[in-house]
Design a protein around this ligand. Structure first.
Ligand code: NAG
Ligand code: NAG
Ligand code: NAG
Ligand code: NAG
Ligand code: NAG
Ligand code: NAG
Ligand code: NAG
Ligand code: NAG
Ligand code: NAG
Ligand code: NAG
Ligand code: NAG
Length: 867
């Protein structure tokens, strides 16, 4: 028994041994061992490379005691030659030169050095890698001209040089690549090549991918390239000077993705686009296409993503019945008309549908069968804003999607009411109905709406009080009910319970009563605008809880209070204008970020003490100046840049002057103390507010002389000191102020000659009248003893219109702050982070629109309230 067990085990052992030998001893190893020279080349390469060992996942593990063909990122052929080296994302910051041992690995067929930071030019030594079929240097940190040696790498099938600082100018693209006819995939995104000649690619018979995004391509794109039968992916996006048109497509075309966004392609889309049976993604955002959208495009069953936004397409939207796989459709910002086809609402995979900014109607689209919508849909984002949708918001719209609808924008249409009964889907996060014709009482929020983040019903004709149900919407980040006819008072629970609120906009209603003193200790408000209402009483002490508050506007109400010293130090814009604020402006603390303060048309009294009130502004200016000297750019600057880019909302234009660099814009300040009872002298220290743009101290009882230091306010555009009791002469220093567009010194007790200077010649008599002692141009009183030539010919007579309206400036600045906050909001807030980033642009725009209305509105009331 024992023996047989023994023998069994023996045979067992022999069997295992022989199996081992069959696989390891007799058959030559398919992944044979590393050759000594290859191994030492690899080790030398590793020694030469500068590697961040915290990022490297492969090189750091190369172990000398193991077969080099088994090292991570290394592959060998049967003979032990290294044929593939994948060193992407290895934290390499240099160490490859012309004589690098890398280029001695002559058998290499695949080399991937992507996503490192080599620096310097691509070494010409690469020519030694004659067997390379795959070269990936994407984002590898190389710069300069791509070396001519690349043109000799005839076996290349895949070449990826995207996202470096590279250029292909001399030799140009043709010289470099025309002989590499075996290329299938070519990625040159971000490679500068303004002189590229591209037609030679038409002869490349294997080409499947051409990716030329952001290459500075210009001129006319050769249409033959679209027709390369093998071509599957074409990306020409972000070449704004590249022109071209879309040719006819034949049935043998293979195109799957066609990205032309941000180019200057124009002309119509041919019907033969329907021959691109493989097409799945097409983006022509922001090009110059015209004509109708060919109906054939929506017969393509493989289509998933269609973006034709911001072109000049006309006609109606074709039916979508065939493209059942569509997930994303954006036809916004065109000139499409007619009704929105029902078929859109039966696409089973659709997640995003944007049709905004057209002339579309929903009228003929009354779907009654809810089940159609609930069962078939995955729609998350529906944007029909800025169209001609009239009448009721149909209640089926809330049923769209299978509990998926998160973003619904119906703003800027002609909607008058919400069809009842309606139930907001619990998935809804963003609802925008602003700028419609909604009337009647502000509807209570259904309980389903508790998770909404963003709600705007601004600029409608809604009336009644804000329903208590709004207090249950505890997830709200933005609530905009501005410019309606809302009345009643603000529920204490609104500011108490809705703790996440970052923007509360109630301006331009008929809201009365007190501002509740229930701001939560967790208050997150950044923008609070309650201006143009009938609010009374005091500013609540609990506002001090709002530690993030940047903008407070309670202007044009009946608030009767002292200066609100408790306001949080985060404030950047404070507007108390046209209320019944009174007493002295003295606080034992400061607001170092304050940029705009408008406390005009109240009943404030007292002196402007250098130490208290001005102190805070001076401190701030000094700080900003030193920041600028150090070259630190503030977040503000970034927002401005963004702002300009996105909207072309030029501050230069709005402020009526050329302000030069953005840096100056970041620090300007507005002070409006007009129409109060301030007294005493204007402090000399005012000249230290270097960034001051607008100064309005008119209609007070200031005495003494105009400080010479005003001449130091290099950027100032508007100075109004009218209707005070100022004496003495106008300081000559004011003639230095080259940006000064408005000067009003009227109705004081000034004497002597009006200084002459180019800027002063543009002011009319209105600037100086009511001062019996002034003489010289433009007044008709000559200065007999001054010895000046007061017969200066009148300069250009064109009367300046009210060039700068203070409100205009303040609001313009308000945008900036608002923008920063909203930016924050949208980039960091929970539910917007993933899906709606591309909507931020539009959101900004809405907030801007709202502010535009405000300018108009404010202009009106101001005329009423001249003090
Ligand atoms: C290298 O491999 C050997 C054997 O596989 C092992 O004992 C040794 O610890 C490894 N060295 C490193 C640095 O990982
Ligand atoms: C190049 O490598 C990067 C980083 O691994 C990768 O994302 C990219 O797809 C590669 N390019 C090609 C053409 O394979
Ligand atoms: C780099 O090597 C290539 C080929 O080996 C050679 O043609 C070129 O001149 C070298 N360049 C430099 C800068 O040494
Ligand atoms: C391309 O090939 C042709 C013919 O083989 C040759 O005359 C030409 O010089 C080559 N061009 C480059 C840039 O290598
Ligand atoms: C394509 O190749 C043919 C023959 O080699 C040549 O005559 C023609 O000029 C090439 N076309 C382009 C656009 O380079
Ligand atoms: C875009 O193309 C049109 C003609 O299609 C031309 O008039 C216009 O100047 C081009 N714009 C740019 C920026 O090249
Ligand atoms: C593709 O179709 C067009 C027109 O039918 C034809 O001229 C061309 O030769 C075809 N190309 C290939 C590669 O089949
Ligand atoms: C598709 O291509 C064929 C040629 O291959 C052409 O005759 C036909 O007109 C094209 N289809 C459309 C819709 O243009
Ligand atoms: C709709 O949602 C239900 C439950 O969430 C799910 O079972 C169903 O598959 C969804 N239908 C579609 C078409 O996504
Ligand atoms: C607010 O929600 C609570 C429970 O979540 C509910 O009892 C109450 O009726 C709601 N209030 C309003 C006004 O909808
Ligand atoms: C302004 O304040 C003064 C006292 O400081 C008072 O006499 C006057 O009535 C107040 N005016 C208004 C309009 O409240």
């Amino acid at each position: 028994m024992g023996i047989s067990l023994y023998s069994q085990c023996f045979f067992c052992f022999i069997f295992i041994l022989s199996m081992f030998c069959i696989t390891n001893c007799f058959i030559p190893n398919a992944y044979s061992q590393c050759l000594q020279d290859q191994r030492s080349l690899l080790l030398q390469l590793r020694n030469d490379l500068r590697i961040d060992s915290t990022q490297s996942l492969k090189l750091v593990l190369w172990n000398q005691t193991q077969d080099c063909c088994n090292w991570d990122g290394v592959e060998c052929d049967g003979a032990g030659h290294v044929i593939s080296l994948q060193l992407d994302w290895e934290g390499i910051s240099g160490g490859i030169h012309n004589m690098s041992s890398l280029f001695a690995l002559r058998y290499l067929e695949k080399l991937n050095l992507a996503k490192n930071d080599f620096g310097g030019q691509i070494p010409g030594g690469i020519i030694n890698l004659k067997h390379l079929t795959y070269l990936n240097l994407s984002g590898a940190g190389f710069g300069g001209q791509v070396p001519i040696e690349v043109s000799l790498m005839r076996r290349l099938v895949t070449l990826d040089l995207s996202y470096n600082g590279l250029e292909i100018e001399n030799p140009n693209l043709k010289m470099l690549l025309q002989n590499l006819t075996g290329l299938r995939e070519l990625y040159l995104d971000g490679v500068h090549m303004s002189s590229a000649v591209l037609n030679f690619f038409a002869n490349f018979s294997h080409l499947t991918t051409l990716s030329f995004s952001d290459c500075d391509l210009r001129g006319s794109f050769p249409y033959m390239i679209f027709q390369i039968p093998t071509l599957e992916n074409l990306d020409l996006s972000e070449n704004e000077l590249l022109t071209g048109s879309i040719p006819q497509f034949h049935r043998n075309a293979s195109l799957r993705t066609m990205l032309l966004l941000h180019t200057n392609f124009s002309g119509p889309l041919p019907n033969s686009i329907g021959n691109l049976s493989m097409l799945s993604k097409i983006s022509m955002h922001r090009c110059s296409f015209t004509g109708p959208i060919p109906s054939t495009i929506f017969t393509l069953t493989g289509l998933i993503h269609v973006d034709l936004s911001r072109n000049f397409f006309t006609g109606s939207i074709p039916s979508f019945y065939m493209s059942k796989n569509l997930q994303f459709v954006d036809l916004s910002h065109n000139s499409l008309s007619g009704s929105i086809p029902k078929s859109l609402f039966s696409l089973p995979s659709l997640q995003t549908l944007k049709l905004s900014n057209n002339q579309l109607a929903l009228a003929s689209c009354k779907l009654h069968n809810f089940s159609d919508l609930t069962n078939q849909h995955r729609l998350e984002l529906l944007d029909l804003s800025n169209n001609r949708i009239i009448g009721e918001v149909p209640n089926w719209i809330w049923e769209i999607g299978n509990g998926t609808l998160a973003y619904l924008d119906l703003s800027s249409n002609l909607l008058v009411s919400l069809q009842k009964p309606y139930h907001f889907p619990s998935s809804l996060r963003y609802l925008d109905l602003h700028s419609n014709l909604l009337q009647g009482e502000l509807p209570p929020l259904p309980q389903d709406a508790n998770y909404i983040d963003y709600l705007s019903l601004a600029n409608n004709s809604l009336s009644g009080a804000i329903p208590k149900s709004f207090c249950n919407a505890t997830q709200l980040l933005v609530l905009d009910l501005s410019t309606n006819k809302l009345s009643g008072s603000i529920s204490p629970c609104l500011v108490e319970k809705v703790e996440k609120l970052a923007v509360l906009n109630l301006w331009g209603n008929n809201i009365s009563g007190y501002i509740p003193d229930t701001f939560s200790v967790n208050c997150r408000l950044q923008i609070l605008d309650m201006s143009m209402n009938y609010l009374e009483g005091r500013l609540p002490m609990s506002l001090a809880n709002c530690k993030w508050l940047q903008v407070l506007d309670v202007g044009n109400n009946n608030i009767n209070d002292g200066f609100p010293c408790m306001l949080p130090s985060s404030l950047r814009i404070l507007i108390l204008r046209s209320n019944r604020f009174h007493g002295q402006v003295r606080c034992s603390r400061s607001w170092t970020d304050l940029q705009i303060i408008d406390i005009g048309s109240n009943n404030f009294t007292g002196y402007l003490y250098t130490k208290s009130f001005w102190g805070m502004m001076l401190e701030k200016d000094a700080r900003l100046e030193s920041e600028n000297n150090l070259g630190i750019s503030s977040g503000f600057e970034y927002n401005l840049g963004m702002h300009d880019k996105t909207f072309g909302f030029g501050f230069e234009y709005n402020l009526g002057t050329n302000l030069g660099t953005v840096k100056i814009l970041t620090i300007f300040t507005v002070i409006d103390f007009s129409c109060n009872n301030f007294q005493g002298e204007i402090p000399d220290a005012i000249g230290d507010l270097r960034s001051l743009l607008v100064l309005n101290l008119s209609h007070n009882t200031f005495v003494g002389t105009i400080p010479k230091s005003l001449g130091k306010l290099t950027y100032i555009e508007s100075v109004d000191l009218s209707t005070n009791q100022l004496t003495g002469e106008i300081p000559k220093e004011l003639t230095r102020l080259t940006f000064l567009a408005i000067l009003n010194l009227s109705h004081n007790q000034l004497i002597g000659p009006i200084p002459s200077g180019p800027q002063f010649r543009t002011f009319s008599t209105d600037s100086f009248q009511g001062n019996i002692g002034l003489c010289g141009f433009p007044l008709n009183i000559s200065c007999r003893h001054a010895g000046e030539d007061d017969n200066v010919p009148p300069p250009n007579p064109h009367q300046k219109d009210e060039a700068i309206n203070w409100d205009y400036v303040s609001v313009a600045l308000g945008y900036v702050v608002g923008l920063g906050s909203i930016l924050w909001l949208f980039f960091f807030s929970r539910s917007f982070k993933y899906k709606f980033n591309d909507q931020t642009e539009q959101t900004f725009q809405k907030i801007f629109n709202s502010k535009d209305r405000k300018i108009v509105h404010r202009g009106r009331t101001n005329r009423r309230r001249q003090c």
